[in-house]
Design a protein around this ligand. Sequence first.
Ligand code: ZN
Ligand code: ZN
Length: 232
Amino acid sequence: MHENIYTIPINEAFEEPCGCPLCRLEARLRSDALEYVMGAAMMEPDVRIETNRQGFCREHLSAMLAMKNRLGLSLILQTHLEEVRKKGLPRGGLLGKPDCASAAKTLHKTADSCFVCRRVAEFMEHYYSNLLHMWESSDEFRLKFDNAEYICLHHLTELTERAAGALGKKRQPEFTDKAVSLAVKHLDSLQADVDTFCRSFEYQNAGKPLSEEEKHAAERVADALCGISFAE
Ligand SMILES: [Zn+2]
Ligand SMILES: [Zn+2]
């Protein structure tokens, strides 16, 4: 099939043997977006208009603080803060305003929007549609898909939601069946590992050695449910 800027990273992510390939793609997008916003893009007026308007969520602002470019970050925040004060917060507070509910809505929007989250989501949308197209049109990719270790629940949901529109009624059930069975097989084995970990605290199991998988069952369950280890 025809390669493009999305198909190459998708193929690469599915060639790595462990974890959820979509979590891997998303983690890479997140770090690229952070590098982008703290790098050359910072001085581009068009980007600054967007970072001023959208701001950053808690997770990504913490990540930017950890990048140790205080001047760059301060310049970004300087103009973003000006915009928050201008648009997000009515002068003199909310008391006595006729429409506190809509002011609260504006505040909520200001606090919740994030330039990095939005950029990652836009790229992920391209990955989802290209992945579904690759699955439909390439035997080679279908084989790679089947050989993934698992798809986490978060990405399983994102893919199955888009499968009907992208694949049509004929092929959507086959795709959904394959994707769900990848997730379920993994959850079954995690269930066994987390059960063993919990039982290891019972007195009759004292001293019984645990495998590495069993020792890290909680992290692995969190990862399979929502890709937590990739997010951190
Ligand atoms: Zn995932
Ligand atoms: Zn964010």
